[in-house]
Design a protein around this ligand. Structure first.
Ligand code: SAM
Length: 322
């Protein structure tokens, strides 16, 4: 999740985790509960299947538990809904605009974009997450397909892959066509990674794109240190709550500023274009549904961004003189 000040999920580091070494517990699955929070906020939008998903996975109960345990007021956090709506819809829009014929989504949680985009039959969609989420998602997908009479499609594959393990990511993409470009997506993952893991992820994505006929990596996940400062108390407490649940120092991978990110991406071998999630979102429905001020969208325009990256050509090694 994030703040109007940044497109991240539950952000700033509580004082007791400052210097938390690498912010790396052994178990990545602790992050998985955050997928229910994303699903919780999407239910206030007209995103396909979002309300149904939230009900089926018990998103309200999961979110309420976090709120109760940390004495948080749900009403003060409703502004997150349009942020999740923008994040989801802008990514979908960029995929459609790009004319991508195959997508690999890493850490897809309980988002049903894969089901939605494969209903037309023109896109092959492989989505991955950690084993616990994939198991629950397969059941969820069966239930949703049954309820709507949507047949299974060979174009849509849901499989386990740790995004930080290249062999698992490559295996997940093995059924896709290497003679075609590939669009790689991650939404709501990087803010839970350390800087080192973010480097690892970028290296994996680049390596994967090079095994295909090009393509791009789309993510709204990069965060910036200044954006996490001066947040209202309710937001800080929610971020602390999520840090407690996930045992992750949430902004460990955040960048100093745009230049710092540009340097990182250039070093990782990517050209980058930046867009506003708000501008790429065809319409907002959660604003009206929750009685929020339409001007809140304008405030989010410059803050919620999405990055579209292509791999730079491999650098040729210069023959050394002897
Ligand atoms: C905030 S949720 C976002 C889920 C989904 N993209 C969405 O927007 O609803 C973060 C997701 O990252 C997954 N995750 C965390 N670490 C991962 C890893 N190393 N490899 C793959 N998935 C991971 C979690 O299981 C969880 O589903």
């Amino acid at each position: 999740m994030g703040s109007p000040a940044q497109p991240s999920e539950f952000g700033s580091r509580p004082p007791n985790l400052r210097g938390y070494p690498g912010a790396m517990p052994a178990d990545s699955s602790l992050i998985s509960v955050t997928a229910k929070i994303a699903a919780y906020y999407r239910q206030f939008s007209d995103i396909p299947f979002a309300q149904e998903v939230a009900k089926r996975i018990g998103a309200d109960a999961a979110f309420d538990q976090i709120l109760t345990e940390h004495g948080l007021n749900k009403e003060k956090l409703t502004f997150y809904a349009p942020m999740f709506e923008a994040r989801y819809k802008s990514l979908t829009q960029l995929i459609l605009q790009s004319g991508a014929s195959q997508v690999l989504e890493l850490a897809s949680g309980y988002s049903l974009r894969g089901l939605d985009l494969t209903r037309g039959g023109a896109i092959r969609y492989v989505e991955t997450d950690l084993p616990n989420v994939v198991a629950a998602k397969l059941t969820l997908l069966d239930d949703v397909r049954n309820a709507h009479g949507i047949p299974r499609s060979p174009q849509h594959v849901v499989t386990t892959a740790d995004a930080l393990d290249f062999d698992q990511v490559r295996a997940a993409a093995a059924g896709l066509d290497p003679s075609q470009p590939l669009t790689v997506l991650c939404e709501g993952l990087i803010m839970y990674l350390s800087k080192e893991q973010t480097e690892q992820l970028a290296a994996h994505v680049r390596r994967l794109l090079q095994a295909f006929a090009g393509g791009c990596w789309i993510t709204p996940d990069f965060t910036f240190k200044p954006d996490a400062r001066d947040l209202p108390p309710e937001r800080l407490r929610l971020r602390e709550a999520i840090t407690g649940v996930t045992q992750r120092q949430m902004d460990a991978s955040s960048f100093e500023d745009d230049q710092d990110l540009a340097t990182f991406l250039a070093g990782a071998g990517f050209n980058v274009q930046v867009r506003s999630q708000v501008d790429e979102t065809p319409s907002f429905s959660s604003i009206q549904a929750l009685g929020l001020s339409p001007t809140s969208i304008d405030r989010l325009r410059g803050l919620l961004r999405v990055w579209v990256m292509t791999a730079t050509p491999e650098r040729r090694s210069v023959p050394r003189r002897v």
